[in-house]
Design a protein around this ligand. Structure first.
Ligand SMILES: O=C(O)c1cc(C(=O)O)c2c(n1)C(=O)C(=O)c1cc(C(=O)O)[nH]c1-2
Length: 245
């Protein structure tokens, strides 16, 4: 879990696209599907309170994704990149004829037993989750847009993890309605297309060793953030009752 990301000296040769892609993909070892909380989820070892805590806290992540994508748009001066990237915001916020990922996550929450008002109120959001997610939005606001694009490449690993999650949830938590799991079925279509686009941008724009190192560092940062988010969810609310209110 402690892979170091070092920056190449200025005269270091850039890696080939294949080598660079392999470096990015190697970070899959640090992806949050290996977190003990996700392992327990997939093995059917979580109780309803733990699942409710997960879904209410992950809603905070989902709710901030369009804001980080808007930050990427705001920092990107290229219309042809923005024209494609803007679709991500609509995938989450919805279109006139389709509800979008945020609404689908609210339905997943309801299927797991968290009323939508509770998710929208953010009152179950743990401090560690808020810090981790806000750090992602902040990173995408402050860093060059191509580094922010690289940080989205956890989506290279997402579909594999989601496919397992949906199958295990249907198996171990049959009380969650199939409709509730629609969120993941949609992401299984959207995420690979998003990851392909992001990867082609990163390969095309990061053509020096230094830029490639920065892209790898951005993806490592994102893996750590997803891990920290789950650490916080796994620990639950450690505050004395009065402080948690
Ligand atoms: O449930 C998951 O494991 C998971 C992981 C990730 C990810 O790898 O960041 C995303 C999502 N879900 C997701 O639903 C989603 O919309 C999403 C957008 C992004 C991103 O960084 O742009 N990651 C993810």
């Amino acid at each position: 879990m402690t892979a170091q990301v070092t920056t190449a000296p200025a005269d270091t040769a850039a890696a080939s696209p294949e080598e660079f892609t392999a470096r990015l993909r190697a970070l899959g070892d640090r992806y949050h599907d290996r977190h003990p909380f996700h392992v327990a989820m997939n093995e059917g070892r979580l109780d309803r309170d733990q699942l409710r805590r997960w879904v209410a806290n992950r809603f905070y992540y989902q709710s901030r994704i369009p804001m980080k994508d808007a930050a990427i748009l705001a920092n990107c001066p290229e219309p042809q990149v923005r024209r494609v990237w803007i679709g991500r915001i609509l995938d989450h916020d919805g279109r006139p004829d389709s509800p979008g990922g945020i609404e689908r996550w609210l339905r997943l929450g309801e299927a797991i037993g968290v009323p939508r008002e509770e998710m929208l109120s953010e009152r179950h959001v743990l401090p560690g989750v808020r810090y981790a997610v806000d750090a992602y939005v902040d990173f995408c606001r402050r860093r060059p847009w191509i580094e922010a694009v690289a940080s989205s490449l956890t989506e290279l690993f997402g579909p594999g993890a989601m496919r397992v999650r949906v199958a295990r949830m249907e198996e171990h938590y049959p009380w969650i309605s199939r409709d509730g799991l629609a969120y993941f079925r949609d992401r299984l279509v959207q995420a690979p297309a998003d990851a392909d686009h992001a990867l082609s941008l990163v390969l095309e724009r990061c053509r020096t060793a230094e830029l490639q190192d920065r892209a790898v560092a951005a993806l490592a940062f994102k893996c750590d953030l997803l891990w920290a988010q789950l650490d916080a969810i796994a620990a639950g609310d450690t505050r004395p009752e009065a402080a948690a209110r």
